[in-house]
Design a binder for this molecule. Structure first.
Ligand SMILES: [Cu+2]
Length: 226
């Protein structure tokens, strides 16, 4: 029951479990309220149905302060509870950007993703940068258990950088560079679709995040910058 989110419950990034907990909190809350309302509704339909020879009349009432206060205060408490649960996750993910071990530029364009790596000197816009013009950097390659900071931008319209298994989604907005970060705890190849309808080729706008073990990552660096 808890395993149907991408990457399973808790995903594959350090903050994914925190997102999943907010998700399930709201999910079970709405499931409970849905069942409560449905059961009551069915019970009322059966209990107060019209029967043969029925002479009962509906009674007219004008307001009930206790009832109205109850159905105002309980939802208010529920909403404050949702705010409280989600603000902790928000602070953990958006309220900070830990010092990065690896930095990469990601550029969205109709209809694909471009990745630019700063190379061994760790500085962008230098001779050793690698971009998607190089075959070995056409997808995103990052090491496992390291903080990766992505500088996200767009060349044309609004796109959305979405890695479901990381529980990471951020719009790419033309004219802006938006930093996002993640730290993945499990090596693998993770889907990176565009999550913002951006034109006729939107559904084909997909790439992959390759999260490599330390040894595999070093091998990829060797191959790419030899
Ligand atoms: Cu797009």
């Amino acid at each position: 029951m808890l395993g149907w989110l991408p990457g399973g419950y808790g995903g594959v990034s350090t903050y994914a479990k925190s997102i999943d907990d907010v998700f399930y909190f709201i999910y079970y809350l709405t499931a409970f309220i849905f069942l409560l309302v449905t059961v009551l509704m069915v019970w009322f339909i059966v209990r107060y149905r019209v029967q043969d020879g029925d002479t009962r009349r509906a009674t007219y009432t004008h307001g009930n302060n206790l009832l109205e206060l109850t159905w105002t205060i309980i939802p208010a408490i529920v909403f404050v509870g949702i705010w409280f649960v989600s603000k902790t996750s928000w602070a953990e993910i958006k309220g900070q950007s830990p010092p990065p071990d690896v930095e990469v530029r990601v550029t969205a364009k109709q209809f694909g993703w471009g990745f630019a790596y700063p190379g061994p000197d760790k500085a962008f816009d230098t001779a050793d940068d690698k971009t998607d013009k190089d075959t070995s950097t056409r997808e995103l390659y990052v090491p496992v258990n390291k903080v990766v900071r992505v500088y996200l931008s767009s060349e044309d319209v609004i796109h959305s950088f979405f890695v479901p298994s990381f529980r990471l989604k951020q719009d790419a907005v033309p004219g802006r560079v938006i930093p996002v970060w993640f730290n993945v705890t499990k090596p693998g190849r993770y889907e990176l679709p565009c999550a913002e309808l951006c034109g006729p080729g939107h559904s084909g706008m997909i790439s992959w995040v390759n999260v490599l073990s330390e040894a595999e990552y070093q091998a990829w660096v060797q191959k790419t910058w030899r």
